[in-house]
Design a protein around this ligand. Sequence first.
Ligand code: UGA
Length: 443
Amino acid sequence: MDRDHPQAALGVIGAGYVGLVTGVCFAHLGFDVVCMDLDQSKIDRLRRGVIPIYEPGLDELLARVRERLLFTTSYDELLDCCAIVFVAVDTPPSPAGDADLSRVERVVREVAARGGERLLVMKSTVPVGTGDRVMAQIKALGATSIGYVSNPEFLREGAAIDDVRHPDRVVVGAYEEAAGDRVAALYASLEAPIVRTTVPTAEMIKYASNAFLATKISFINEIANVCDEVGADVRTVAEGMGLDRRIGSHFLQAGIGYGGSCFPKDVQALKQLAGNSGYHFQLLNAVIEVNALQKRRLVGQLKKRLGTLRDVRVTLLGLTFKPHTDDLREASSIVLAARLRAEGATVAAYDPTILAGDDVHFPGVRIAGSALEALEGADAAVLVTEWPQFSEFDWAAGRQAMRGSVVLDGRNFLDGDAVRAAGLSYDGIGIGGTVSGPDEPPA
Ligand code: UGA
């Protein structure tokens, strides 16, 4: 820490995904950073250089910038060094369906109690209106020297460092011009467009962005379902659509639906927010419903192939909500495994980041140590998460290990020809032709 400029370091409260990546990346930009979390064991691990989450490249980057980072569980230690404090605490869904802001409120109380001039910069995803609420809390606490800026985060798990270091845009919503200037200045070296706006607008940009991306996914999934009916191939449809720059090629990958800690929560929260303000957000209802139905549809596809799921052995390849993460939050695999078991199937699975025996989310599911081991005796294989290593899987060996011959690609990721060449059947999501019945030979 720079002892000559005692308040010059950046503070980050909450060493979860967003907080940790933000802290490490700001340290990489040359700032001194104090990262605080109430979880002592997490802070102990970070002090030893151990990253508590799975994020490619984060451990190496931490090692490179280690001397500019201080990890603590103490508000006092953080506030001794920092005038600008990023807030990156959890905002989980409340029982009423909106975001639970109790952790944010606690941060405000703790910071206010210690006095001094501070700028709180909100990184956590919070409902529109949170800034106003925090300002009211600050006023009620008499802590008028605390300022507030909304600076939502757009990083994706698995690509977080790149997203923070090369953002498409930086959004800064402020009540006072000078406070916005201070936050915008932190990003000056990134050469990203900076959107300067009000606090509620910044808050809405975050929700609208996630809801729009989720809408794109549900849209392409419905197109895929129609493709199945009419014999079209959604992969080429998406390519043809995506080349239109007004549409763009991203987030048009059809599959078994979106998961993770953000889209399901944020789409629901925006719907709730609209409802609470008297507006019925019709489109989001459909986005949510399509996403739920997409998993059921895959179960239906399997039934068509196999006739029944009773006493059938199904292997799930990949469990995490997407590749390059060990995150199982709202992962499609959880619903899928439960549905298959409810239909009477025996389920095995393999995921490179989920250890054998780790069956907290998957009761009754055999978690194997390799894809081949998971496929032992299987009637059907379902690709759930597009981990790169599955694209190189030896399907001839897979065929040997399996009892049956059905392969269902829930992400349109595998090389269908290679799968068929091994003597297996291959179906994807909306890649042409209605799924054939159980007696039909593989294409
Ligand atoms: C998402 C956003 O992409 C980030 O910009 C945002 O900052 C973050 O939420 C957040 O609010 O914190 P993330 O949840 O890490 O990031 O993951 P994504 O890469 O967006 O994927 C979300 C889900 O959509 C995954 O289950 C993925 O498999 C699925 N998806 C994505 C598709 O089914 N099709 C696609 O074409 C793209």
